[in-house]
Design a protein. Structure first.
Length: 198
């Protein structure tokens, strides 16, 4: 099954600028990190609305029986869409779990007017294109309190905008720095991506 489904294939010329920005944002979100690179999301673009669905066929029964890692992965993809839209000057209206009868419909995203293309949004958008998972060992150092405070504040802000989102445990180790490898396009962790080296 394709990662993106368009309901209006062939009518692209009539798509609004916001709809086009949404499609581009969803395409950018295909590069989001996911548990063991399973990419367990399905996007459906219907006019000016994108639906984000969990793809249970990609859930890892052994290490992720309750689907938490799958949900986190989809959350990362949703965050990518929001960042890409913001960088494009488009505000996003996000509905979380909009259908109580359909728990695999995790969110819908709808462009909701213009926002300033701020420097922070541009910085995050660039980071989306170049980030990759750093698999080197953790350093044996505590994360500085100031950094933890920033993480807590960011998580609290996100929880306020996503009511009901569970709080996750924090990690107290700091990674040593980015690793210079490109990620693979398809699902599955590439052979060269193991945590070997310095
Ligand atoms: C919820 C979640 C859990 C992950 N857990 C691990 C992990 O335990 N070990 C690891 O090396 N990478 C982990 N990753 C990173 C993925 O393996 C990585 O995102 C994927 O292989 C794609 O590579 P990339 O991030 O470089 O694009 C995790 C990613 C997510 C979103």
């Amino acid at each position: 099954m394709a990662a993106i489904q368009y309901t209006d294939r062939g009518t692209a010329v009539r798509v609004s600028p916001a709809g086009r920005a949404l499609t581009e944002a969803v395409l950018a979100a295909l590069d989001a990190p996911s548990i063991l690179n399973t990419q367990p999301w399905r996007w459906r673009i219907d006019g000016d609305t994108a639906q984000l669905r969990a793809d249970r066929s990609r859930q890892l029964a052994t290490i992720d029986p309750d689907g938490r890692l799958l949900t986190l992965s989809c959350g990362a993809a949703l965050h990518h869409v929001r960042v890409a839209l913001a960088a494009d000057g488009v505000a996003a209206e996000v509905a979380y779990l909009p259908d109580g009868d359909d728990p695999d419909l995790l969110a819908t995203v709808h462009p909701a007017g213009a926002v300033e293309r701020g420097a922070q949004a541009q910085r995050l958008r660039r980071a989306m294109s170049i980030r990759r998972t750093d698999r080197r060992p953790f350093a044996d150092q505590d994360v500085p309190e100031a950094a933890l405070d920033r993480l807590r504040a960011a998580a609290a802000a996100r929880r306020r905008s996503a009511p009901g989102a569970p709080a996750g445990p924090g990690r107290r180790r700091r990674r040593r720095g980015p690793r210079g490898r490109r990620r693979a396009r398809g699902p599955g962790v590439p052979g060269g991506a193991r945590g070997l080296g310095p």
